[in-house]
Design a protein around this ligand. Structure first.
Ligand SMILES: Nc1ncnc2c1ncn2[C@@H]1O[C@H](COP(=O)(O)OP(=O)(O)OP(=O)(O)O)[C@@H](O)[C@H]1O
Ligand SMILES: [Mg+2]
Length: 249
């Protein structure tokens, strides 16, 4: 198969905070409907990069282009799933999922069908009237994913969304996020510091160095899905990526 995929986002940026250089000459593309994973050590600048890709921070140099225009969260439809659980305490799960649609001024009828669709998608039907203190950490991240997909975004940015989950729930959520992506085919940039997670999820992995982050390598992952994290092919890619990460300076 040699079809080349359409470039959706082009990133070419550097970022400093005062004297602290965080991201140095990063350049890469994100393709249409790709599941791209960015992996890097803790503190290397991943969240900063996510904010820049989403247009929430300005780069010090360079720019992010999406569909031919400089990225702009007011113009482009971008959704975030953050590292910290972000459910709103006084909203029910149903009301929480519909926030983005409300902000976009969707009709009540559309909101009703879309919210139910998304709740079904993340398999939380039956829990619509629960408040965030009544649901588990994994369920909260399901709410965040439902909320992110609800507005049918052009780009989904996920910044270590499973970082706080226990190992078992994390594995489950990894297979869930792939199931959802295979169903809806959206462009996803997923950030993690976990190499196994990167190899399980990614079509391509971008490996960042320690701060100031530079690109150490880009590794395509062509394993069939669902992936088996103890197959020799999986372990081979995993150790290749690990090596690149360890040589990071
Ligand atoms: N708004 C800011 N102002 C000043 N410095 C910042 C700001 N945001 C991040 N930094 C600095 O940039 C560096 C990278 O932070 P960032 O949160 O992007 O790293 P990260 O890779 O997401 O870390 P983690 O793996 O812990 O989530 C840190 O040294 C941090 O102190
Ligand atoms: Mg971070």
């Amino acid at each position: 198969m040699s079809h080349s995929r359409k470039e959706k986002v082009h990133v070419r940026i550097s970022k400093s905070f005062d004297d602290l250089s965080v991201l140095e000459d990063l350049e890469f593309s994100v393709n249409e409907n790709e599941f791209l994973v960015i992996v890097g050590p803790t503190g290397c600048g991943k969240t900063t990069l996510a904010h820049i890709i989403g247009g929430l921070y300005q780069p010090t140099q360079g720019r992010v282009i999406m569909n031919g225009d400089v990225i702009n969260p007011k113009q482009h439809n971008i959704s975030f799933v953050f590292q910290e659980p972000s459910c709103i305490p006084w909203r029910t799960l149903w009301d929480d999922v519909k926030i983005g649609l409300e902000i976009k001024g969707a009709s009540r009828k559309h909101i009703r069908t879309r919210v139910q669709e998304m709740i079904n998608l993340v398999q939380l039907d039956g829990f619509e009237s629960y408040f965030s203190h009544q649901i588990s950490g994994g369920m909260k991240q399901r709410v965040a994913i439902a909320r992110a997909y609800a507005t049918n975004p052009d780009l989904l940015l996920m910044d270590e969304p499973f970082g706080h989950l226990d190992a078992q729930t994390r594995y489950l959520m990894q297979s869930e996020i792939i199931r959802i992506w295979e169903q809806l085919k959206k462009t996803v940039v997923f950030i993690t510091n976990n190499i196994e997670e990167a190899v399980y999820l990614a079509e391509r992995i971008i490996i960042l160095s320690r701060i100031p982050a530079r690109i150490k390598g880009i590794v395509p992952v062509k394993l069939p899905r669902p992936r088996d994290n103890i197959s020799p092919e999986f372990l081979e890619i995993r150790s290749r990526v690990t090596e690149m990460c360890e040589t990071a300076e």
